[in-house]
Write a protein that binds this ligand. Structure first.
Ligand SMILES: [Zn+2]
Length: 143
């Protein structure tokens, strides 16, 4: 039992981090290699097939843990759109920021710690945009 448990832990730790779009390994690289004008020493997990596969995610400074789920260009744009819509809900005072995140979490059956647009798939981004449009329309705010 103990051996089994140890093996599982080791396997989990060494499990390669894969690109969700093409399945290639994600490689930790300096952000400056991707953003030419990058002045800081931040790092990104970049798809091994970059730039053919334009998928990456930022790494937390210090821990190198990925900040959310890697995204390609289309998903990055969708997350930006979803964030704009979502931010309007609390910026226009329809809900407080805290309540807006609670509403977001409840709408998708997520815990509050998982209610982050940076973790949203394409489907969830589109659903969130649709839900935000409904709330904004009901409150007579331009979406
Ligand atoms: Zn890829």
């Amino acid at each position: 039992m103990t051996i089994l448990k140890k093996r599982k832990t080791r396997a989990q730790r060494s499990r390669p981090f894969r690109c969700p779009h093409c399945g290639a390994a994600m490689i930790l690289r300096p952000a400056a290699e991707i953003y030419r004008d990058c002045q800081n020493d931040r790092k990104l997990y970049v798809c091994h097939n970059y730039p053919a596969c334009n998928t990456y995610v930022a790494a937390h400074p210090g821990t190198n843990q990925p900040m959310g789920v890697p995204a390609n260009g289309d998903l990055r744009n969708l997350r930006i759109q979803a964030h704009r819509k979502f931010d309007r809900i609390w910026q226009t005072g329809i809900m407080t920021r805290e309540n807006a995140y609670r509403w977001f979490a409840d709408s998708f059956g997520l815990s509050l710690k998982d209610a982050h647009i940076g973790m949203c798939s394409e489907y969830r981004c589109k659903e969130l945009i649709r839900l935000c449009d409904e709330v904004l329309a009901r409150n007579h705010r331009v979406a």
